[in-house]
Design a protein around this ligand. Structure first.
Ligand code: ATP
Ligand code: MG
Length: 153
């Protein structure tokens, strides 16, 4: 049974630098996910280390922290049925080389170190990541879209 979930999605510095904010947001909007939080921010080293803690010690870790802190990102909280998996499918495989055409990475990126977008990998990760990037007061919790019934039963 599909469950209404929230997920944390970020347009990484390469997406912002390349002028792809609108293109990326559009893909999630068109799919039917509801945006309940969104902001442009510069990620601090501390936030990056918390967010990517699971990768500490890996060969790409320092490069990853420097990439994510190098220019602003756009952080978003998206809500919908199965939002975590849905968003990951819209984003595509981690390595853009293997990402299917039609996905963000499959259409707009070519290598893993510049893969444009982040998406939480589980509802638990989503909760943790939303807490890193958003205060509860920055999320819109009291809004039912009028189109909702045309998107999900
Ligand atoms: N081998 C690698 N070389 C360079 N960067 C990497 C490598 N593996 C992962 N990364 C970077 O670390 C990020 C986090 O890796 P993870 O395994 O969580 O992939 P993901 O869940 O598909 O991506 P994300 O968490 O960004 O949505 C990747 O999106 C990529 O930017
Ligand atoms: Mg991940």
């Amino acid at each position: 049974m599909a469950e209404v979930q929230r997920t944390f999605v970020a347009i990484k510095p390469d997406g912002v630098e390349r002028g792809l904010i609108g293109e990326v947001v559009n893909r999630f909007e068109r799919r039917g996910l509801k945006i309940v939080g969104m902001k442009l921010l510069k990620v601090s080293r501390e936030m990056a280390e918390t967010h990517y803690g699971e990768h500490k010690g890996k060969p790409f870790y320092e490069g990853l922290v420097s990439y994510i802190t190098s220019a602003p990102i756009v952080g978003m909280v998206l809500q919908g049925k199965d939002a975590v998996t849905l968003a990951r499918n819209v984003i595509g495989a981690t390595n853009p080389l293997n990402a299917a055409p039609g996905t963000i990475r499959g259409d707009l990126a070519i290598e893993i170190g510049r893969n444009l977008v982040h998406g939480s990998d589980s509802p638990e990760s989503a909760k943790r990541e939303i807490g890193i990037f958003f205060k509860d007061s920055e999320l819109v919790n009291d809004w039912t879209r009028t189109v909702e019934k045309w998107i999900a039963e």
